[in-house]
Unconditional design. Structure first.
Length: 792
C-alpha cells in the first residue's frame, strides 16, 4: 500500500461558477414573465390532489422555510381554480323574536345579503315614519279619545250611582293618597249606618272589578285599533319584501318576515317611544330589527380565498361583542362578528401555522370546526367563565372549507408527533423546494421573477450583468454552485437595494456635470456588488467584534510555522440573520503510559459539546483503535479542546481536524499552521462533506490576509464539498495568483500528508508501516510506552 500522491490543489476556476450573461436577456424589459409554479412540481401536485378530493381530512400543510413564496404560489393556484367555482351565499344574523338568546342565521345568494339588509332597514324607516305620522294624526287621536271618553263616561256613571246611594247615608266616595276609593262621612256629627256601609263596600268591590274590566276593554280596543292601523300600514310595505324573498331563498326568511310583522304589532309602544339605548346607532334602527350582514360576497366572483394573518380564536371562529349600559353588560344579534372561517366558507382559508399555535384555543377551535363541519359562534370569555353576563348562542352554519397551513419543516414534524389528530385533518403535505438546479431554464425563471419585482416596485431597468451577479449570489445563498436559492424575500431585498445603489449613483451627478458619460443607464453588476457590500457591512457588527480579538492577539491563531498537537479548525458563527466563519485553535495533549486509549472530549465534559460532536469523537476513537491496536496496546490517554471557545459546539465537521491533531500529538510530528482544515470523517477514514464550507474558507482567508499572505496558506476541504464552492472574487483572485490554496481530500490520509508533508501509512511486505511514516512513528511510540510499563 502506498500513499504517495500529488495533493489536489483546486484551480481558481473550480472555486466559483460565473453566469454566462450572453445567454441571458439583455435587460429586464426583455425578460419573460416567470411561471409561478416553476421548480415546485411536487408541492403543486400535492395541493392539486387536496383540492380535487372533497372527503374529510384532506386539508393541506405547506412545508417550507419562510420566504419561499409559499403563500404567493398557493394563492395563485387557488385563484385559478376559485374563479371557476360557485360563489357561496351571504350570511346574515337577525333577532330571534321567540328566543332572543338564539339569533337566527340566514343565507342568501351572493350579494343579496347587503341588499336584504338595505331592504329591511329601508322598510323599518318607512314603517316608523308612517306609524309616527299615523299616531300623530288627528283621526288617530280622535279615535283614541273616543275610546277613552266612552270608558270614562261608563266609569263616571258607575261611580255617580254608588256616590248617590252613599250620600243618602251621610257618606261620600273619595280617593286616598294611594288612589284607593274609600267612603268618608259627610257630616262627622251624624252617626254612620254600619249595615249600609257594609253594603256600599261590597257594591264598590263589584264596581272596581267592572272598572278593571273596563280598562281591559279600553286596552283591547286600542290594541285592535293599532292592529287595524298597522296592518293597513304594514301590508303595502311588506308585500314587495315578501314577494322578493318569500320561499325563494332560505326557508327561515319567510318565518322571520312573519315574526317581524307580528313583533311590530305587539311592540308598537316600544317603536313609538324610540328608546335610544336600544338602537344600532350607525343605522338608527332598533337592535331587534337590525339585519347584521356577517359575510357578503360579490356575485359571480368565484369561491373566496382568505388569508388570516392574526388567527386568534375570535378572528378565526367569530365572536360576540358587548356593550355596557347602567352597569349591565348587554349584547344582541347586531353585535355578532364573523370569523375567517365564515368568510372562507365555500372556499379556501390560508393560515400561518406558527401564528395559529401562538394564540390560545385557536387550534382547538379550528380542529373542532373541521371535525364537525359546522361553525358555531360562542364567546371565548363565556367558554372560560371569565364573565357572568348572559351571552348569545347563534345558529350554527354548515362548514365547507379547504384549510391550508403554511409552516416550516420543524413545526410540521412536531405537530405530527405530538398532536394525535393532526394527521387525520391534514392528510396532504406539500413540500416546497428551497433551491433549484442551476440551468438555463432556472436562470430564466429567476430573471422573470426579478422582472416581476421590478415592475411591482417601479424600479429601474436591470441589465444582464446585474442578472449575472444576482444569479451568482443566489448560488452563494444556496451553498452550491449548481443550485439557485429560491427565497423570494432575500431576492427582493437584493433587487431593491441594488436599485438604491443605482439611484445613489445618479444623485451624485445631479447637476449632470459628467454629461451622462459615466452614469449608468441601467442597474448593472457594480450596483449589485455595492448592494451586497452594503448588506455585508450592515450585518457585520458581530463579526467585527470577533475579528478585533484576532487582530489584537486576544484570540490566539497561527497562520505560519509548524506546531505539534495544534491545528487550525474552522467554525461557523450563526446569529440571527448573520453567519460567518472563523478559525479556531484545536489542540491535543497525550498522557503516555496512562490509560487505554481514552480520548477526553473537554467540550463534551463541560457540556459545551452536542451529541453530533460526541458522535464524531466516538468515530475517531474507533478509527484509531482499528489502526494501531494490532501493533501495540493503546497505553495512553488524550485530551482534545477548542481553545478559547466558550459557546456550545455541535456537529461533526471538525472530525478531520480532531483526528489529525491527535495523530500529530501521538507521532510528535508538527502540523503546518499555514493551513486550516474542515470536514467530517467516517470510521474508515473517508472525508465527508460538511456545511458552511464557503464561510469557513472566507474566515481563514481573512485571518491570513490580515497578517499577510505568504503563498503557503490555504484550506483543506472534503472533495465532496467542491460542488458547494462559491467563493468571493478576492479569494478566487488570490488562488489564481498562487497566494492562497484550496486543497480537496477524500480521506484523512491525504489531509495528513498535506498537513505534515511526510508519508502517512505506507506498508512493507510484512504489513508493517514503513519507517518514518507518520503511522510508523506512532506505532514505535506506542511500543516504547508498552515496554516502559512492562519494565516497572
Amino acid at each position: 500500500m502506498t500513499d504517495q500522491f500529488t495533493p489536489y490543489r483546486l484551480p481558481h476556476t473550480a472555486l466559483k461558477r460565473y453566469t454566462d450573461t450572453h445567454a441571458l436577456p439583455p435587460d429586464s424589459a426583455h425578460a419573460s414573465p416567470a411561471p409561478h409554479d416553476f421548480g415546485q412540481r411536487r408541492a403543486v401536485n400535492a395541493i392539486q390532489t387536496a383540492l380535487d378530493i372533497k372527503a374529510n381530512g384532506y386539508h393541506v400543510f405547506a412545508v417550507g422555510e419562510n420566504g419561499l413564496g409559499k403563500r404567493t404560489l398557493i394563492t395563485r393556484l387557488l385563484a385559478e381554480r376559485a374563479k371557476h367555482e360557485p360563489t357561496p351565499p351571504d350570511l346574515v344574523y337577525v333577532h330571534n323574536f321567540d328566543a332572543p338568546r338564539h339569533p337566527i342565521a340566514l343565507t342568501l345568494p351572493s350579494g343579496q345579503g347587503v341588499i336584504f339588509a338595505k331592504d329591511m332597514h329601508k322598510l323599518w324607516h318607512e314603517l316608523y315614519k308612517k306609524i309616527i305620522a299615523k299616531f300623530n294624526s288627528i283621526s288617530y287621536q280622535n279615535s283614541i279619545t273616543t275610546i277613552k271618553q266612552s270608558a270614562q263616561k261608563q266609569e263616571r256613571n258607575l261611580l255617580d250611582e254608588i256616590n248617590a246611594t252613599a250620600k243618602s247615608h251621610n257618606l261620600t266616595l273619595l280617593h286616598s293618597a294611594d288612589q284607593k276609593a274609600v267612603f268618608t262621612p259627610i257630616d262627622d256629627k251624624k252617626p254612620i249606618n254600619n249595615t249600609a256601609l257594609d253594603k256600599l263596600q261590597k257594591k264598590l268591590t263589584k264596581i272596581n272589578i267592572e272598572l278593571d274590566n273596563l280598562d281591559d276593554e279600553v286596552n283591547q280596543k286600542i290594541d285592535e285599533l293599532h292592529e287595524t292601523l298597522l296592518i293597513k300600514i304594514i301590508t303595502p310595505l311588506f308585500n314587495p319584501i315578501l314577494k322578493k324573498y318569500d320561499n325563494k331563498h332560505d326557508k327561515k326568511i319567510s318565518q322571520y318576515l312573519t315574526d317581524y310583522q307580528k313583533d311590530i304589532i305587539e311592540n308598537i309602544l316600544f317603536i313609538v317611544e324610540h328608546d335610544e339605548d336600544f338602537m344600532v346607532k350607525t343605522a338608527n334602527i332598533p337592535n331587534r330589527y337590525y339585519v347584521n350582514v356577517a359575510v357578503s360576497h360579490t356575485p359571480n366572483s368565484g369561491s373566496p380565498i382568505v388569508f388570516e394573518d392574526m388567527p386568534t380564536h375570535p378572528n378565526l371562529l367569530g365572536h360576540i361583542e358587548y356593550i355596557t349600559q347602567l352597569g349591565t353588560i348587554l349584547t344582541d344579534a347586531s353585535m355578532i362578528r364573523a370569523g375567517a372561517l365564515h368568510k372562507a366558507n365555500g372556499g379556501y382559508l390560508l393560515l400561518e401555522a406558527s401564528s395559529l399555535l401562538e394564540h390560545p384555543y385557536a387550534w382547538q377551535g379550528l380542529k373542532r370546526a373541521l371535525q364537525s363541519k359546522s361553525l358555531s359562534i360562542s364567546s371565548l370569555e363565556q367558554m372560560l367563565t371569565l364573565t357572568g353576563s348572559v351571552s348569545l348562542s347563534p345558529d350554527s352554519t354548515p362548514l365547507s372549507v379547504k384549510v391550508i397551513l403554511l409552516g416550516e419543516p420543524d413545526l410540521y414534524y412536531e405537530l405530527l408527533e405530538f398532536e394525535p389528530e393532526f394527521n387525520n385533518l391534514f392528510k396532504i403535505r406539500a413540500d416546497f423546494n428551497d433551491t433549484l438546479p442551476r440551468n438555463h431554464d432556472s436562470e430564466l425563471f429567476i430573471i422573470g421573477k426579478i422582472a416581476d419585482m421590478i415592475k411591482k416596485q417601479a424600479l429601474p431597468t436591470f441589465d444582464n450583468t446585474a442578472f449575472g451577479a444576482i444569479l451568482d449570489e443566489l448560488s452563494v445563498y444556496a451553498d452550491d454552485k449548481d443550485k439557485l436559492d429560491l427565497h423570494s424575500d432575500r431576492l427582493l431585498q437584493l433587487v431593491v437595494e441594488s436599485a438604491r445603489q443605482f439611484y445613489l449613483n445618479h444623485s451624485y451627478d445631479i447637476d449632470n456635470k459628467n454629461n451622462d458619460k459615466n452614469i449608468a443607464k441601467t442597474v448593472n453588476k457594480t450596483h449589485v456588488q455595492n448592494a451586497l457590500d452594503d448588506i455585508k457591512e450592515r450585518k457585520g457588527y458581530l463579526k467585527e467584534l470577533y475579528w478585533q480579538e484576532i487582530q489584537n492577539g486576544q484570540q490566539l491563531i497561527n497562520t505560519t510555522g509548524k506546531v505539534v498537537g495544534q491545528i487550525n479548525a474552522l467554525t461557523v458563527i450563526a446569529y440571527a440573520d448573520s453567519e460567518f466563519g472563523l478559525p479556531a485553535r484545536l489542540t491535543a495533549l497525550i498522557a503516555p503510559k496512562f490509560g487505554t486509549g481514552e480520548i477526553l472530549d473537554i467540550e463534551r465534559d463541560v457540556e459545551l459539546g452536542g451529541s453530533l460532536h460526541a458522535k464524531g469523537m466516538l468515530i475517531m476513537t474507533s478509527f484509531l483503535r482499528s489502526l494501531f491496536s494490532q501493533f501495540a496496546e493503546l497505553n495512553f490517554s488524550a485530551s482534545l479542546a477548542f481553545e478559547q471557545s466558550y459557546a456550545h459546539i455541535d456537529g461533526d465537521s471538525a472530525t478531520l481536524a480532531e483526528c489529525a491533531v491527535l495523530l500529530s500529538a501521538l507521532a510528535n510530528v508538527p502540523i503546518n499552521q499555514s493551513l486550516a482544515i474542515t470536514g467530517s470523517m467516517n470510521q474508515l477514514g473517508d472525508a465527508q462533506a460538511i456545511g458552511g464550507v464557503n464561510e469557513k474558507i472566507i474566515g481563514f482567508f481573512d485571518a491570513c490576509f490580515e497578517r499577510g499572505l505568504n503563498g503557503e496558506q490555504g484550506v483543506i476541504i472534503p472533495k465532496t464539498n467542491i460542488g458547494q464552492l462559491m467563493l468571493p472574487d478576492n479569494i478566487v483572485g488570490a488562488v489564481e495568483r498562487g497566494e492562497f490554496h484550496i486543497y480537496a481530500v477524500s480521506s484523512i490520509y491525504e489531509a495528513l500528508f498535506i498537513l505534515t508533508d511526510i508519508p502517512i501509512h505506507d506498508k512493507n511486505k510484512k504489513g508493517d508501516y514503513k519507517k518514518d511514516t507518520l503511522f510508523d512513528k506512532i506505532v514505535r511510540r506506542l511500543i516504547q510506552w508498552e515496554d516502559d510499563e512492562k519494565e516497572k
